[in-house]
Design a protein around this ligand. Structure first.
Ligand SMILES: [Zn+2]
Length: 230
């Protein structure tokens, strides 16, 4: 109950959503009746800074359409960086199982949204995650949550990719891990540095995904295969 006490309620909700399954006890109250509005603990510094930015770019922060913008921007950035507050132990809580299975587990087409730390603009796309267990597996629904935990931070795509791989390596000690992320960066697209629609691909391979060409090739083949339609 004391953990996260200093966070605004709507951020605690997001954190709880990432950490826990639907219907699972989040361990603290998430009721937010009457909490929509000002964040508790907001000190106005972000709002003041956003007003400064608006003024600097030649806008009038007091015109009607912009009056609520500083507070909305503050709220938005807190939401988009809620991943900093996710407790990885709670996220994997009771979802690592001893299972005698040693074939590749692949979860792909995981959508994510993140913020580029160089421009504070979104980059977004999909992640494909695979591992080959060594006696331990993680609940399938946890893998998109791991992506979300690291995605809701200021990131560069390369580090996001590596952190997901390292997390699984650390928690499962599998035979190997592979992560591929394909993303579009608005800082590149909107500023015309690259052609619109350009997709950046990053990968991180650990263990036998790194040492065995055959394993790596199998992983990439899985990613290219279209998903079965329900
Ligand atoms: Zn950028």
């Amino acid at each position: 109950m004391t953990r996260h006490a200093d966070l605004p309620d709507h951020i605690r909700e997001i954190v709880a959503e990432i950490e826990t399954e639907i219907g699972e006890d989040a361990g603290f109250e998430t009721a937010i009746e009457g909490a929509a509005g000002r964040h508790p603990g907001a000190n106005g510094r972000v709002e003041a800074a956003v007003r400064e930015i608006l003024t600097e770019i030649g806008e009038d922060p007091d015109r009607q359409g912009l009056l609520g913008t500083p507070e909305r921007v503050h709220r938005m950035y807190t939401e988009l960086t809620a991943g900093y507050h996710v407790d990885p132990d709670r996220l994997v809580n009771r979802a690592i199982f001893d299972v005698d299975y040693s074939e590749m587990v692949v979860v792909k087409d995981i959508p994510f949204y993140s913020l580029c730390e160089h421009h504070l603009l979104p980059f977004f796309g999909t992640a494909g995650v695979a591992y080959i267990p060594r006696g331990r597996v993680i609940g399938l629904s946890k893998i998109p949550r791991i992506v979300e935990m690291y995605g809701r931070r200021l990131q560069v795509q390369e580090r996001l990719t590596q952190q997901i791989a390292d997390f699984l390596q650390d928690r499962l000690a599998p035979q190997g891990v592979g992560v591929v992320i394909e993303a579009t960066h608005l800082c590149a697209v909107m500023r015309g540095v690259r052609k619109p629609g350009t997709v950046m691909t990053t990968s991180a391979v650990l263990g036998i995904f790194r040492s065995r060409d055959k394993t790596r090739a199998e992983f990439f083949a899985h990613l290219e295969r279209p998903a079965p339609r329900p």
